[in-house]
Design a protein around this ligand. Structure first.
Ligand code: ATP
Ligand code: MG
Length: 446
């Protein structure tokens, strides 16, 4: 494992400035962990013995933002790069398994490290001292282990979000949660009810985008079931259908693994078959069917996303995918244009991604269907490249044009535009203004 860490020059400036002023300073947490694992860190957090006021004094010639001064965090802009600097601190007296009641600053790095969640996150580094590792984080990373700092039970009782973080790190890094730590997580899983929807959603989103999301979903469904009880129904739910080789939960996990690691797609995959248990019925030959499960899944997804406070844009995109995940599109231009119109360009490609993954999570006998999705993407690519008309936006007439030829504002106008679009898509007329207006006048006479 690499033990010398490359630090961006802006971060070095921060470390040097603090040290030159007589303070200790280290990069800490995720950036050290990621560097040791050969992953490019997203950002570099700095921890220091300097009190916030002292930090501000050191950086008096820089632009300093008091991002979380109460918790000891200031952000310093160095060459346009924001660097968060936090004073060593101890979090005390957790209330409701979430918020420390008070924050005490300390001059001891060890005490600051002791408040951190997992040994792999309780690491500091600076070029002069190398790695600071009070809790065996380096060895745990080498062994591939996620271990709570101190007593796991206490740590999860203090802040139950750490349970979600353990699962998230397992999904993202592929490391294994150590035995005592996971035991403690199971024991205290109900405390997740005390955690805010936003924090849960953020961790869940990262978890689902992890490369090991499938196995985490399967292994820890009882923990995730505290926040998503809908998953518990899916576990072990057999499909009694020749086209399926997994139960509903595993099918979901495999589908999820096969969509790109983008939150909208991963959530859509998670939700897409949630309505199966509620719609299941077996015909007289014992074969399982799930008629209308797309709608039920959509309704369930809507309730979950409301609960977890998703923003409206994500909600809409995900709901449409869940509802339409079984939509059949034939590999011909007209059908693809209709689908592009219904789903929008982005929605169309999202749907194909989901459909591909859904297919890969079914009986391999159906794998040939991937070729169908290839064709759909080729056809769509051509339509878009040739800028052919598939939506009202690209229709050569608009509402105003129709009003000029005698239409009045209202639902009939909208319906006429839709009909014109369909005429263009079906090839009945060209997307030319004169032809379209003539047709529109014909409609109004009829
Ligand atoms: P990411 O890659 O998502 O940024 P991270 O480990 O850096 O992962 P952050 O939320 O940025 O996570 O937190 C930075 C550091 O703060 C962590 O590495 C950890 O040391 C500490 N930390 C964050 N959240 C908690 C928590 N709930 N309990 C204890 N320590 C925490
Ligand atoms: Mg971080």
């Amino acid at each position: 494992m690499q033990e010398k860490i490359n630090i961006p020059s802006q971060v070095n400036t921060v470390l040097n400035s603090l040290e030159n002023a007589g303070h200790e300073a280290y990069i800490v947490g995720g950036c050290v962990r990621d560097s040791l694992m050969g992953i490019q860190p997203k950002d570099y957090d700095v921890t220091t013995s300097a009190l916030p006021e002292e930090t501000k004094e050191v950086f008096r010639d820089y632009h300093v933002i008091e991002t979380g001064i109460k918790h000891g965090t200031v952000t310093v802009m160095v060459d346009k790069e924001p660097i968060e600097i936090t004073t060593y601190r101890i979090d005390e007296n957790y209330v409701d398994n979430r918020h420390p009641e008070s924050v005490t600053f300390t001059r001891s790095l060890r005490e600051d490290m002791a408040r951190r969640d997992f040994t792999m996150n309780a690491l500091g580094y600076n070029p002069a001292c190398g790695i600071v590792d009070y809790f065996g984080g380096v060895e745990d990373i080498k062994q591939g282990i996620i271990r709570a700092v101190g007593d796991g039970e206490k740590r999860f009782e203090e802040d139950a979000l750490r349970i979600m973080r353990a699962l998230r790190f397992a999904a993202v890094t592929g490391l294994t949660i150590e035995e005592e730590t996971i035991k403690a997580a199971h024991k205290h899983k109900e405390l997740l009810h005390n955690i805010s929807a936003e924090r849960i959603r953020e961790e869940l989103s990262k978890l689902l985008c992890g490369k090991e999301a499938r196995s985490v979903l399967m292994k820890y469904v009882d923990i995730l079931g505290v926040i998503l009880p809908e998953l518990l129904e899916m576990k072990g739910f057999e499909q009694y259908n020749h086209w399926h080789i997994y139960d509903v939960l595993e099918h979901t996990a495999v589908a999820l693994e096969n969509v790109p690691p983008v939150p909208v797609l991963r959530f859509a995959a998670l939700f897409h078959d949630m309505g199966k248990p509620a719609t299941f019925f077996q015909d007289c030959s014992g074969v399982g069917h799930f008629y209308g499960h797309g709608d039920v899944s959509r309704d369930m997804a809507a309730v979950i996303m409301e609960r977890l406070k998703f923003d409206n844009a994500a909600k809409e995109r995900i709901l449409r995918l869940v509802e339409k995940h079984d939509m059949q599109i034939t590999a011909e231009e007209k059908a693809v244009k209709r689908a592009l119109n219904k789903l929008g360009e982005e929605g169309f490609y999202d749907l194909i991604s989901l459909a591909r993954a859904d297919n890969l999570a079914q009986n391999p006998l159906l794998a040939k269907r991937q070729e169908h999705y290839d064709k759909l993407e080729i056809i769509a690519g051509e339509i878009i490249a040739k800028e052919e008309c598939f939506s009202l936006k690209s229709l050569a007439v608009n509402g105003r044009d129709l009003i000029e030829v005698g239409y009045s504002q209202g639902p009939e106008l909208g319906a006429a535009l839709e009909k014109l679009l369909e005429c263009v898509i079906s090839g009945e007329i060209d997307n030319k203004k004169e032809e379209l207006l003539k047709k529109a006048i014909d409609f109004s006479i009829i």
